[in-house]
Design a protein around this ligand. Structure first.
Ligand SMILES: CC(C)(COP(=O)(O)OP(=O)(O)OC[C@H]1O[C@@H](n2cnc3c(N)ncnc32)[C@H](O)[C@@H]1OP(=O)(O)O)[C@@H](O)C(=O)NCCC(=O)NCCS
Length: 211
């Protein structure tokens, strides 16, 4: 089994999160607990999340496509269905979508994959202009930190590629998650899918202002 990983997540103040291998030093704090940390004169609230199991974030591989479709369906039907009507959910994520169209889209997006013990728990992409097109976590893994791991990997990639801002068109369901990760709402949108109006928000994060 892999070493436990500690994710130190910011609580409250914008834009300060990241992964750490300081698990032993932080072990006394305990999973899920918040603590204050000080960097010079800067004091900040953090929450500690441990991952005892090996949740790996890896790059997309050809062959992942159909598993990603199941994650997408689960995320929309099991999680987002709390915030959208049945008609909106059906219009957003139809189970009979043409597999070859989906597969070719995934091969274009080449998302990061969160995988535990061979099972894909979530996926999210970042495009060269900083746009996040897909961000989905399976219902079975909701609120277990998978989205945070993917978001952390996206930030690492943005830094690697010199990307200065992240943008996404974010569902009502995901808005609190994106806010939590330092994004702000730029504009509310009402896209039409299959003749049904959905609600979302264009959200943005300026990476130059990271604290
Ligand atoms: C949004 C989504 C990706 C979040 O993934 P996740 O793995 O559940 O997120 P995490 O466990 O890392 O959440 C981290 C924090 O974000 C916030 N958060 C996440 N989901 C939230 C929700 N539904 N409501 C309020 N806050 C939420 C919380 O602060 C959470 O910390 P907590 O669980 O300790 O309170 C996932 O819920 C999802 O796939 N939703 C449905 C599909 C969707 O709308 N995708 C986005 C399309 S743009």
């Amino acid at each position: 089994m892999a070493q436990p990983t500690a994710i130190i997540e910011s609580t409250g103040v914008e834009g300060c999160n990241g992964s750490s291998s300081l698990a032993p030093a932080l072990a006394t704090i305990g999973h899920g607990q918040t603590f204050l940390a000080q960097y010079g004169s800067y004091t900040h609230n953090f929450k500690l999340l441990f991952y005892e199991e090996s949740m790996e974030i890896r790059r997309f591989r050809t062959g992942d496509e159909s598993a990603l479709f199941q994650v997408f369906l689960s995320a929309v039907h099991d999680i987002a269905s709390r915030d959208y009507t049945t008609a909106q959910i059906e219009a957003w994520a139809q189970a009979d979508r043409a597999p070859e169209v989906w597969a070719s889209r995934m091969r274009e997006l080449r998302p990061f994959i969160a995988e535990a013990e061979g099972e894909i728990a979530g996926y999210a992409d970042i495009q060269p202009n900083g746009y996040i097109d897909h961000f989905f976590v399976s219902g079975a893994y909701s609120r277990q930190g998978v989205g945070t791991l993917l978001m952390s990997r996206i930030h690492d990639e943005a830094e690697l590629l010199g990307i200065s801002e992240l943008t996404a068109e974010v569902s009502k369901t995901a808005e609190p998650f994106f806010l939590r990760h330092g994004f702000q709402v730029v504009q509310r949108g009402f896209p039409i899918r299959q003749g049904v109006i959905l609600q979302n928000a264009l959200m943005r994060k300026d990476l130059h202002h990271k604290t």
